[in-house]
Design a protein around this ligand. Structure first.
Ligand code: FAD
Length: 467
């Protein structure tokens, strides 16, 4: 074992097992585990996200606790990583730095700057895999543009062998360095427990309690606990896709429900591969013809949407769940996103930012993918003229209105037949339900049928190629 330590720079890989960069470092000798509070990232509007930052901080504390059990601890420094990394390497005499590869354009640009600064200082720096089940370069047929459509991607991805399990190192030792503290990261209890142990518990419960086996049938029913809610843990690498795959029983025969769930994990990989191949989507529509859609700038409508006061109960329930839980059911995400873009005619990038600021799982690849999919500007094979009807979606995926009643309590006593369209209640029905429209709950802020025609006209006008 050499005496010179390796610095492991943690970012969104807050775990010790199945961590190639950490294992590489530990195999070479002493380690320094580092996290950097980077104002260049934390200062961006997408990261003005107190709930997610609290979750991140709790995740770092959990990581630190796991490191301490192994004789090491997490060093936290603040500043530009291109300055901090060489300084830390010099301070502890490290000649190597390792980190887990990043996909987002912002993260990649940062990593290139850090790698250049380390190279100039004579430090050997390398990015390692670990976040994804399959690295984009390893997937057959994914060169150049990569896969633009999910189904062919998923066929190839499903055949990819799972990386073998690599346990956390038993002991980790290295020089002791001072920490700056968490700086801009807010303290306080996160909305859900953070860290790899909490992630493992959620994963095990999801499989043990049968939800994974029931997933195909239950995943779209918004009031049911039919999905795993693992997304915040995946976002910060507290669990990995490969760990999920092995826990499901892969490789091997698994139930239809588990397979459907695994297919959703595949969507995450699809959007990550996509963002790597098409970094331009972080700023603009993937489809060039849809880059010139005329959007409205209407602060009042935007505020009604964000605050869950559009008068469309399913939309309002979704936005209120976001505010309360920092998480929204996927079906509700699709409906609220479609409503912003196609009913309020507001640019999908505005919604993308609101989601990034509110979600615990706010993730550049998945969020951008979800918004562009819903706006019809992205990878989806379905046409742009699919417009979700918030009433029909509600009736189908929240038939008795339990989801709406939970998040929009002023509609609690509205009969199931009216819960997704309360404006159909007579004045007498409104009084009986204790919900007078315009007083207790808003009238619809727009007319869905009218807005549908308007948005389709605007998409058509944006370019002949869209038809
Ligand atoms: C407009 C919009 C924005 C979204 N923003 C994000 C985001 O910022 N971060 C995020 O992780 N997901 C995002 N999603 C995808 C999806 O809604 C969430 O991943 C899912 O709801 C998380 O809940 P879960 O962990 O219970 O999912 P499960 O159904 O249990 O799925 C397991 C995992 O698979 C992945 N997954 C599932 N569905 C999708 C999907 N459609 N796209 C990509 N990955 C998926 C997630 O990592 C998820 O944790 C967005 C979807 C839409 C429509």
């Amino acid at each position: 074992m050499g005496e010179s330590p390796t610095v492991v720079w943690f970012r969104r890989d807050l775990r010790l097992a199945d961590h190639p960069a950490l294992l590489d470092a530990a195999a070479a000798g002493p380690v320094v585990c580092l996290w950097v509070a980077d104002p260049g990232i934390l200062g961006r509007r997408h990261h003005d996200a107190p709930a997610r930052l609290r979750f991140l901080r709790a995740g770092l504390e959990a990581l630190d606790a796991e490191l301490r059990e192994r004789g090491c601890r997490l060093v936290v420094r603040g500043g530009d990583p291109a300055r901090v990394l060489p300084a830390v390497a010099a301070e502890c005499g490290a000649t190597r730095v390792r980190w887990t590869r990043e996909i987002s354009p912002l993260g990649r640009a940062r990593d290139e700057r850090v790698a250049a600064a380390l190279a100039a200082a004579g430090v050997d720096a390398a990015a390692m895999p670990g976040d994804l089940v399959a690295e984009p370069e390893d997937l057959p047929g994914s060169s150049g543009e990569g896969y633009l459509v999910f189904t062919p991607f998923s066929r190839v991805w499903m055949e990819t062998p799972l990386p073998a399990h690599r346990p956390a190192p038993d002991r980790l030792g290295g020089p002791e360095l001072a920490s700056d503290g968490f700086g801009a990261l807010p303290a306080g209890d996160p909305l859900i427990p953070a860290g790899p142990a909490a992630a493992r518990e959620a994963l095990v419960a999801f499989i043990r309690d049968g939800a994974a086996d029931r997933y195909a049938a239950g995943r779209d029913m918004v009031a049911e606990p039919g999905t795993s809610r693992l997304s915040p843990y995946l976002r910060f690498g507290m669990v990995t896709g490969a760990q999920i795959g092995r826990a499901l029983g892969l490789p091997g025969e698994i139930s239809k429900g588990r397979l459907a769930f695994w297919r959703q994990v595949c969507w995450r990989e699809f959007y990550h591969h996509h963002l790597l191949r098409h970094p331009e989507v972080a700023r603009a529509a993937l489809k060039p013809a849809l880059r010139s859609i005329r959007w409205d700038h209407d602060p009042a409508l935007l505020a009604a949407w964000r605050d869950g006061r559009t008068g469309y109960p399913f939309v309002d329930a979704g936005m209120r769940q976001l505010a309360a839980e920092g998480w929204v059911h996927n079906r509700a995400r699709m409906v609220v996103a479609s409503f912003l873009v196609k009913d309020l005619l507001i640019d999908w990038r505005v919604g993308e930012t609101v989601f990034m600021q509110g979600l615990l799982d706010g993730d550049p690849a998945n969020n951008n993918g979800g918004w562009q999919w819903t706006a019809g500007t992205g990878t989806d094979a379905a046409p742009y003229f699919r417009v979700f009807n918030p009433v029909l979606q509600g009736k189908r995926f929240d038939p008795d209105g339990a989801y709406v009643r939970r998040w929009v309590p002023e509609l609690r006593d509205v009969p199931a037949s009216r819960i997704h369209e309360p404006w159909r209640m007579s004045a007498e029905e409104q009084r009986a339900a204790g919900c007078v429209l315009g007083t207790d709950y808003p009238h619809p802020v727009v007319d869905h049928a009218e807005r549908r025609e308007e948005v389709l006209a605007r998409y058509r006008a944006a370019g002949d190629t869209v038809a």
